[in-house]
Design a protein around this ligand. Structure first.
Ligand SMILES: Nc1ncnc2c1ncn2[C@@H]1O[C@H](COP(=O)(O)OP(=O)(O)O)[C@@H](O)[C@H]1O
Ligand SMILES: [Mg+2]
Length: 305
């Protein structure tokens, strides 16, 4: 097992923000921790990369206890923290070379690896730029490159793509997929559900310090939500009637603002959904977002912004 958490908790003062979670990460897989803001994702990641001690339970990385062997663990880890922490006084390549020193990598080897990694994240033409001139997406890619300087067996990424534009996001996800293909184990947090579905072999859905569900994202959605979601904004003044019909028919739904999210079934007690008087109606594929909504009655993404 690459990561193994058993009954893991974390308290800040009297407040327990991670409340007895259990999960494991297998060699070669990409494991995603998903959940709204404040769920405890960053706290969990920081415990994994030995930046924050846990309160109770057990946590091992590479079968080593994080409390007893942080140095050995960190030597084999790559970390992309939630907040960019590049050295603004250094040029792009110097950020990598300086970081390599923490791992005892020689100067010439560091320069060789740094050049290769800048190619890998497509920043080769920024090699001698000053870090503050980089865009948000470029900074994220530079931190990804930095996290790879010691050829880590496990990559830990806390919201690697949050705040990036779609093109920058795609590039990062593409790089993560290629790292996974070359055997790197990955643990990440994200609130981009579509991306998580595509990249993660398994996900844990976290809310209020607890893991409420773990599994393969496609299977979880298929089993617990179904294949389709109908988004329906009823015609003005028809909400009451629709509520009644949905409840009578025993159809699963959630209402957020004006919109009803209706899961499986194209009929509501004999009426076709298309025939319900509406202002807006969208049939689309069900997602992890819907799963979270169905389980908690809350939105996953929107609460995070
Ligand atoms: N250093 C800290 N001291 C006190 N409370 C903290 C600290 N760091 C995080 N928290 C609290 O722990 C909870 C979980 O935070 P976090 O792990 O950052 O969640 P997420 O990454 O899922 O948004 C939040 O309520 C946050 O306010
Ligand atoms: Mg966080």
């Amino acid at each position: 097992m690459i990561v193994h958490a058993q009954n893991l908790t974390k308290k800040f003062g009297e407040t327990e923000v991670v409340r007895g979670i259990n999960f494991h990460v297998k060699p070669g897989e990409c494991f995603g921790i998903l959940g709204p803001n404040g769920a405890g994702k960053t706290t969990t990641m920081r415990m994994i990369y030995c930046a924050s001690p846990f309160t109770s339970g057990a946590l091992t990385v590479f079968d080593l206890d994080v409390r007893r062997h942080p140095r050995q663990i960190k030597a084999r880890l790559g970390v992309v923290p939630q907040d960019n922490n590049l050295d603004d006084d250094l040029r792009v390549i110097e950020n990598l070379i300086t970081y390599a020193r923490y791992f005892g990598i020689s100067g010439s080897e560091a320069r060789r690896r740094a050049a290769l990694l800048l190619d890998f994240v497509q920043l080769q033409d920024k090699t001698f730029e000053r870090t503050p001139t980089l865009s948000g997406g470029m900074k994220r890619r530079l931190i990804l490159a930095r996290s790879l300087i010691n050829h880590p067996q496990l990559l830990v990424l806390d919201e690697p793509t949050t705040g990036l534009d779609p093109q920058a996001r795609r590039l990062v996800w593409q790089k993560l997929r290629s790292l996974k293909e070359s055997g790197t184990t990955i643990v990440l947090t994200t609130h981009y559900m579509e991306d998580a579905e595509q990249v993660c072999d398994r996900v844990a859905i976290m809310d209020l310090g607890r893991i409420i569900l773990t599994g393969n994202p496609v299977q979880l959605v298929g089993e617990l939500v179904g294949t389709e979601c109908h988004e329906l904004e009823p015609a003005p003044g028809t909400d009451g009637m629709l509520d009644q019909r949905l409840s009578q028919a025993g159809v699963a739904f959630h209402k957020l603002g004006e919109t009803y999210y209706i899961f499986p079934g194209s009929e509501i007690g004999g009426y076709k959904i298309d025939d319900v008087p509406h202002r807006r109606l969208l049939h689309r594929r069900a997602t992890l977002e819907d799963l979270f909504l169905k389980l908690t009655g809350k939105e996953l993404t929107k609460t995070d912004e």
